[in-house]
Design a protein around this ligand. Sequence first.
Ligand code: AMP
Ligand code: GLY
Length: 432
Amino acid sequence: MTASILVIGSGGREHALAWALARSPGVERVTVAPGNAGTTGSQHGAAAIETCALDPADGAAVTALCRNRAADLVVIGPEDPLAAGLGDHLRSEGFSVFGPGADGARLEASKAWAKVLMAEAGVPTAACWTATSAAQARAVLAAQARPLVVKADGLAAGKGVTVPETMAEAEAAIEQVFSGRFGPAGKTLVLEERLQGPELSVFALTDGKDLLLLPPAQDHKRIGEGDRGANTGGMGAYAPAPLLDEPGLDAIRQDVLMPTLAALRARGIDYRGVIYAGLMLTPEGPRVIEFNVRFGDPECEVLMPLLEGDLAGLLLACARGELATAAPLRIRAAVGACVVAAAAGYPGSVRRGDVISGAGSDRDLPHTQVFHAGTGRSAAGELVTTGGRVLVVAAHADSFDAAFALAYARLDRISFAGKVLRRDIGHQVRSR
Ligand code: AMP
Ligand code: GLY
């Protein structure tokens, strides 16, 4: 039973997870910590969603909250607490945790480590070179005589990757990484051959033995329409992405996910959580660009409304190593769209404290959902912006045109000063 669930994190991803978990049979209470204004005090049928302020890095505080809430399941949303070993800590305290331990989280927390694992497992990925000094990296670059992709090894909040156009840009990126800008994440650097092709996100739920794949999703990483401008955390998504059909997805299971899980097991790593394969569909076939150890954001917001049935039961089965006997996941016969509304200045430094209106429930727009990300309450109790990505509107329908029309209609009713959004999310699948 999963009467009480704790979700760690504060973004749109965690709001979407909490919302989907609250709809699962038998769930009475979902506590999101630290959460945001959208996860504070709402009722979903039999289940309440509530927020508890705490620092996910404070293992003792999280343990105390788990005890206080008698948590049957803990779902850890972001990569940082996973890499820091929060999953290990809570498991050692006897809790069922969806999310890998620090060992498995290296798949995201060290790109060099992940590349070695992929090579061992025979997973198709870009050719790579690892360097621990700028001189070494420059030597690789000179020998290759092409602008390689430059990646800080560790977690750098999405800012550690440069895809240079010229040798000079590649050299500058190498200097950046070793300048100390990324702290310990920049002690090692990975250089990669540059691949070409559309990108796709594939998510597999796993209990360390079996895998359950969700529909593939496509994110939009750039801030500007036409996929131009600075990289962001993601400005919108859609799923299922027609780029990968059923046989294509099955090939990803066979060629990427199963060998990766086997390689993890061979290292004694019991990985329970989600494996997120960031893929590039190159002319030579799919290649892994990176692995993440959490749901994508905003991919999670588009996927959760497409799931039917007992998500809580499924995540608990993963946490307990019982996925093989869990009730199967049901996917809605619909397509999903989601669009992010960001704050002025995003993805640079953003303005906070702008008052948000129109985000409340809207009964005449069916199948739309507003997930909060960077939201909070002012001293006067108003809903205000508190971060870069402010809200994510998700919708589902029987066509992408209809789903995006719903999402944009809902989003247009929400206003705050400086609201930034892309009007062309899903341009790949929309007819207008
Ligand atoms: P992130 O790791 O999310 O900051 O973004 C990395 C982005 O860099 C990916 O989404 C790709 O668009 C791009 N990228 C990473 N590795 C490669 C590669 N080997 N070839 C081409 N593009 C890459
Ligand atoms: N949407 C991309 C990510 O979550 O990393």
